[in-house]
Design a protein around this ligand. Structure first.
Ligand SMILES: [Cu+2]
Length: 146
């Protein structure tokens, strides 16, 4: 086989390799929303994360332009006391779904600014996965009663 042909065959094989994502894992984010209670308080982010791939995904972080930091949190009730714990990584099984919803997992936006303070439009939230991939999605900005 001529050298160039072997090279073309290798490229084709690489293109067809499953789960060889670089930058865009098989993760789909829906129902994203940022709930801003008071401008002086951290805002909470909720969404549904679906893994449409055949390989497990591990969510390891999040970021947004109008949050100084955007942390993964989990609300827990232990002995009648509500508290929040930091989540360093969260696995999403193949074809599995994880919901970030009030009372459970949520994003916590520290020191909200920009559109989060005027409570208008959407905030682009980027989810980061183990292995270096990430996915961005628009999150609707909501006030306390919406
Ligand atoms: Cu929290």
């Amino acid at each position: 086989m001529p050298g160039w042909l072997a090279c073309a065959a290798l490229l084709l094989a690489l293109a067809a390799a499953p789960a060889a994502w670089a930058g865009s894992p098989d993760a789909v984010v829906t129902q994203g929303r940022m709930q801003v209670l008071l401008p002086s308080r951290p805002a909470a982010g909720y969404f549904t994360l679906e893994n449409r791939g055949d390989a497990p995904l591990t969510l390891v972080g999040a970021s947004a332009p109008d949050c100084k930091s955007l942390m993964l949190h989990q609300s827990k009730n232990e002995g009648g006391i509500d508290r929040m714990v930091m989540v360093s990584s969260l696995p999403v099984s193949p074809h599995g779904t994880v919901r970030f919803a009030p009372g459970g997992y949520h994003l916590m936006c520290m020191q909200p600014s920009g559109a989060l303070l005027t409570r208008t439009g959407t905030e682009t939230v980027t989810l980061h996965f183990a292995g270096g991939g990430s996915v961005s999605a628009p999150f609707a900005i909501r006030g306390p009663r919406s």
